[in-house]
Design a binder for this molecule. Structure first.
Ligand code: SAM
Length: 291
């Protein structure tokens, strides 16, 4: 167990995650600006990008890069610095670091070494899109970027389709059309919102059913950055997903678990019995007698 008292000792080193604007530079907070100004060093996902932001706000704090391929080495150096009292501000290209961006590793490494981690609240595309989508905010599930290959996309969506929570995805403009098509194939015609170019001049919310939005993506030029928000499963969806085996014979049900999910026959029988709410013995007999 570890208890962090973030502001008990201001002279202690820290890793400070600082969100930056996702488009509109006015979305930077006073606290973020002060932190960037007073930090010992700013560790950036891409120093060229962050340099532009710093120039705009006339901040001259030293910058260091935080590239994927040098990440471990870099983390080690940054953590050592924090250990000797440095305030390390961590920024990504836009929005909240560590959300579909680098940052998670440095948080873990800092906590392993008992260095405090401070997170500043600020811009984040997913949450802004969710709130503006008009879909339920009671429960939501942030997935981030779906895999690029269709088969893997379908596998992920099959897994998410029974979740009774709004689903949030990040997507590149080059793949939005394909993704909306796959959403239609796997989830059916639910409500959906595409939130495009949030906080920027061409900000748009495209709200409708998946079928309506499919027509929109087929007929419009898809430019800029997108968040996709999809309505969560309703009771019928959840029930249909839970009863995926309903048309299978008991033996086929067991075989599905063995062939598709790599379970042993024993585990597959157990899971089949749970799904069907029948005793294991019944499934066992059915499976072995028929085999
Ligand atoms: N860490 C960021 C955050 O907190 O939102 C997300 C970084 S992720 C690498 C970039 C993705 O976020 C984009 O591909 C897009 O899906 C989404 N995104 C970022 N800025 C956006 C904006 N202004 N409007 C809509 N989506 C945006």
């Amino acid at each position: 167990m570890m208890i962090q008292k973030s502001f008990a000792n201001e002279t202690e080193g820290a890793i400070i995650l600082v969100p930056t604007p996702i488009g509109n530079l006015e979305d930077i907070t006073y606290r973020a600006l002060n932190t960037l100004k007073t930090a010992t060093v700013i560790a950036a996902e891409d120093t060229r990008n962050t340099k532009k932001l710093l120039n705009y706000f006339e901040i001259t704090t030293p910058l260091t890069s935080y590239h994927e391929h040098t990440r471990n080495e870099k983390i080690e150096k940054l953590i050592n610095k924090a250990e000797s009292g440095a305030q390390i501000a961590v920024v990504s290209d836009a929005g909240m670091p560590a959300i579909s961006d680098p940052g998670t590793d440095i948080v873990k490494a800092a906590l392993e070494r008992d260095i405090k981690v401070i997170v500043l609240p600020g811009a984040n595309a997913a949450l802004s899109a969710l709130v503006g989508s008009g879909l339920s905010t009671d429960e939501f599930y942030f997935y981030g970027f779906l895999p690029r290959k269709k088969k893997e996309k379908v596998e992920v969506l099959d897994r998410l389709k029974s979740i009774p929570a709004s689903l949030l995805f990040y997507e590149s403009p080059f793949r939005v059309k394909d993704t909306v098509n796959v959403l239609h194939e796997t989830l059916g015609d639910r409500k959906i919102t595409l939130a495009r170019e949030l906080t920027k001049r061409f900000e748009e919310y495209i709200r409708g059913t998946i079928e309506e939005v499919l027509t929109w993506v087929e007929t419009n030029e898809l430019k800029g950055e997108f968040v996709i928000v999809v309505e969560g499963a309703n009771e019928d969806d959840a029930q249909a997903a839970a009863d995926w085996w309903i048309d299978l014979e008991m033996k086929e049900h067991v075989e599905h678990y063995m062939d598709q999910e790599g379970l042993s026959s024993k585990e597959a029988i157990k899971q089949t019995a749970v799904d069907r709410g029948v005793p294991k013995r019944e499934v066992y007999q059915n499976y072995h007698i028929r085999n």
